[in-house]
Design a binder for this molecule. Sequence first.
Ligand code: PEP
Ligand code: MN
Length: 339
Amino acid sequence: MIIVIKPNTPRPQIDEVIAEVQKLGYDPRPIFGTEQTVIAAIGDELTHHTLVSLNALPQVEKVIPVQKRHKLVSRESHPDDSMIDVDGIKIGGGAPFCLMAGPCSVESEEQLLSTARAVKAAGATILRGGAFKPRTSPYEFQGLGSEGLRLLSLAKKETGLKIITEVLSERQVDEVASHADILQIGARNAQNFQLLIEAAKTGKPILLKRGLSQKIEEWLLGAEYILAHGNSTVFLCERGIRTFETYTRNTLDLNAVPVLKKETHLPVVVDPTHGIGLREHVATMAVAAVAAGADAIMTETHNSPEHAKSDGEQALLPHEFQDLVARVRKVAEAVGRTL
Ligand code: PEP
Ligand code: MN
C-alpha cells in the first residue's frame, strides 16, 4: 500500500506514521518530497484493520492499496520521475538527454581509447564496453575480462567519461563494481534474480536490459527485485524483443517507452543498436526513441567495425555516431528536451 502524508507535515509526525506502519507488520519505505511525503509499505495484502488504523492518523491524507505486483517501481509509490546521479551525470527526471556509446566489446587499449575520444567529442557522456561478454556461442570472443575492466578505468581517467559495463555473474559483481559507474545486466540475465540482488547490494546504478522474450510486467518485477533490496537507482533499457520477424536482429519495442513512463518513475534507456541490429537504421531508431520519450540511448560505436570481435555489423563508425547525435539533437529540441 501507499500512504500519502498531508502536505508540509513536520518530520516527527511522519516518523510516527513510519513507526505505526512497522507496528502493523509492514516494511516502510518513505519517499520524502519537497512538499509531500509518501510511504510505500511492503508486506501482505492490506487488511481492514490496517486501513482503519492508518486512516485514523491525522497526518495521513489517504491510504492507497497497490494491487500491482511491482510496487516500488510503480508511479503510485513515487509520483515524480526519478533522476539518477551517475558519478555527477544526471539522467532522467527532466535532466538533459543522455548519450551512452562505445564498442560492443573492449578489445584493446587503442580500440577503446580511440572510440572513447570520438564518442566524447560527439557529445556522449557515458562510455559503454563489454569486458565480460555473454556470447550465444562458446566459441565466440568472450571478452578480455579483468583486463577489459582495467582498460575501461583507463579510458575513464583519460576522457572523464563514466563507465557502463556488463556483469555476468554474482562472482564478478564486486570486481565489476570497482570499475563501473553503472552495472549493466544483460538481456540473457534479466531474470537471474540472485545476480540482480547481488548487483543491488553494491548501491551502484544498474541498467537492466529487457529479457530476450520478456513481457513488460516480468521486466518490471526484475527491477522490483533491485528496489526491494534497497537500490532504487535502476534504468530500464529496451533493447528489442524476439518476434517472428527475422529481417532485423530484434524488434525494437518502442511501445514500451510510453508504457514504462506511465507505469514507473524509473528512467528509460533505449538501445537501438541491438534493437535493430543493422548499422544503417540505428540512427533512425535512435531519433524515434527520443521522440517516444526515452531519457537516454545506448549505441555501439567502433573505431573500425570491420575488425570488431563482436557485433561489427551493427556498430556505427565515429562519423556516423556524430551524424546520429546531430539528428537526435534536433528531435530532442522538437520534443522539449535538451542534450
Ligand atoms: C550488450 O549491450 O553488450 C549486450 C550484450 O546486449 P544485450 O544484453 O541486450 O544482448
Ligand atoms: Mn553487442
